[in-house]
Design a protein around this ligand. Structure first.
Ligand SMILES: NC(=O)c1ccc[n+]([C@@H]2O[C@H](COP(=O)([O-])OP(=O)(O)OC[C@H]3O[C@@H](n4cnc5c(N)ncnc54)[C@H](O)[C@@H]3O)[C@@H](O)[C@H]2O)c1
Ligand SMILES: O=C(O)C[C@H](O)C(=O)O
Length: 350
């Protein structure tokens, strides 16, 4: 049952996000679970382009008791602003490394959008030199101060930053691969949107699994497993695949030096976080995520996973590929393997 307060928030903010095929818009989903547990969620990089709208969306979640905002600069202003919204989550703000332990302590879920974004002409891998160290240090703190937390990584290059996190956690002796998730949800939202346009149905009704990784050709949408049925020519399927693979670059170009996707990413991350919180609360939830995996010969791979209170409960089979998907699957392996190795080596050879 929705509480009046949650209902108000849902109404006030519902214009910001469309309904989804699975269970309604992000606010509606959050409100409908208003009787859920009290959970602390930490956002690391909370004052950034993704962090701020993500924090706003999470402030509307009745599943959250404390929204802990952390950044190396400017967190207090964001926190003060959000704290005036009359929704349940209590906002706490922490700036600077010395405040990180307090920001993390007691968290059930840590979402990490900290790090630099791309500028036109860059690949996600070009961010490695800066973001690898940021993710390493944040994960070392998570290992110390909230080792039981679920960790959702947004910082690019995701194909490498998730293996980095895994290695840091292994070194700390607390690694649980079932609770470490690379956020690839934006690829799913994009696939749903572009396919909906192509087949002439509302995007809310479309669900396209996207597997592989989160960079260029490693992003592999599976139209053959979409609902509703995607009946398009091979040429259209190829063009759609390429648009989904290049969608991040499309936004980087359009922002012309002012960063990469922030608003769509915040929306995707809020929905993803909500799925994690629902799972922590005991629901069974299916999401696509980039995780340590044995479904392929690659040690990390994005696929559909079923989440429950312990993290990943089940790695859903990849299913049958059509010819285009088979070719794309073969094509992505080299790049993804290289990105994983680069992340692992960054920690193990340090
Ligand atoms: N996974 C995805 O689908 C996806 C989508 C979009 C962007 N991204 C990535 O997310 C990251 C953030 O993008 P953005 O647009 O929000 O960038 P941004 O520069 O606007 O914000 C990043 C924030 O991180 C903070 N930060 C830097 N170092 C930090 C540290 N050590 N600890 C805590 N915070 C720190 C900065 O102060 C800043 O506020 C980028 O790496 C970008 O490529 C991923
Ligand atoms: O493209 C980027 O650099 C950001 C993000 O990974 C995206 O897919 O939008």
């Amino acid at each position: 049952m929705e509480t009046p307060q949650a209902e108000r928030i849902a109404k006030l903010l519902s214009h910001l996000g469309p309904q989804t095929s699975s269970a309604g818009g992000v606010y509606r989903q959050m409100s409908s679970a208003s009787t859920g547990p009290n959970l602390k969620v930490a956002v690391l990089g909370a004052a950034g382009g993704i962090g701020q709208p993500l924090a706003l969306l999470l402030k509307a979640s009745p599943l959250i008791s404390e929204l802990s905002l952390y950044d190396i600069v400017g967190t207090e202003g964001v926190g003060a602003d959000l704290s005036h919204i009359d929704s349940s989550p209590k906002v706490s703000s922490f700036t600077g490394a010395e405040k990180l332990p307090e920001a993390l302590y007691g968290s059930s879920l840590v979402v990490i959008p900290a790090g630099v974004p791309r500028k036109p002409g860059m690949t996600r891998d070009d961010l490695f030199n800066i973001n690898a160290g940021i993710v390493r240090d944040l994960c070392a703190a998570i290992a110390k101060y909230c080792p039981e937390a679920w960790v959702a990584i947004i910082s690019n290059p995701v194909n490498s930053t998730v293996p980095i996190a895994a290695e840091v956690f292994k070194k700390a002796g607390m690694y649980n691969p079932r609770k470490l998730l690379g956020v690839t949800k934006l690829d799913v939202l994009r696939a749903n949107t572009f396919v909906a346009d192509a087949i002439g149905v509302p995007p809310e009704r479309v669900s396209v699994p996207v597997i592989g990784g989160h960079a260029g050709i490693t992003i592999l949408p599976l139209f053959s497993q979409a609902t509703p049925r995607v009946d398009v020519s091979p040429e259209t399927a190829k063009a759609l695949t390429e648009r989904i693979q290049d969608a991040g670059t499309e936004v980087v170009k359009a922002k012309a030096g002012k960063g990469s996707a922030t608003l769509s990413m915040a929306y995707a991350a809020a929905k993803f976080a909500e799925s994690c919180l629902r799972a922590i609360a005991g629901e069974s939830v299916v999401e696509c995520a980039y995780v340590e995996s044995h479904l392929t010969e690659l040690p990390f791979f994005a696929s559909r996973v079923r989440l429950n209170r312990n993290g990943i409960e089940e790695y859903l089979p990849l299913g049958r590929f059509n010819d285009l998907e088979t070719a794309n699957f073969e094509a992505l392996k080299g790049e993804l393997r290289g990105s994983i190795k680069k992340g692992v080596d960054f920690i193990s050879k340090a």
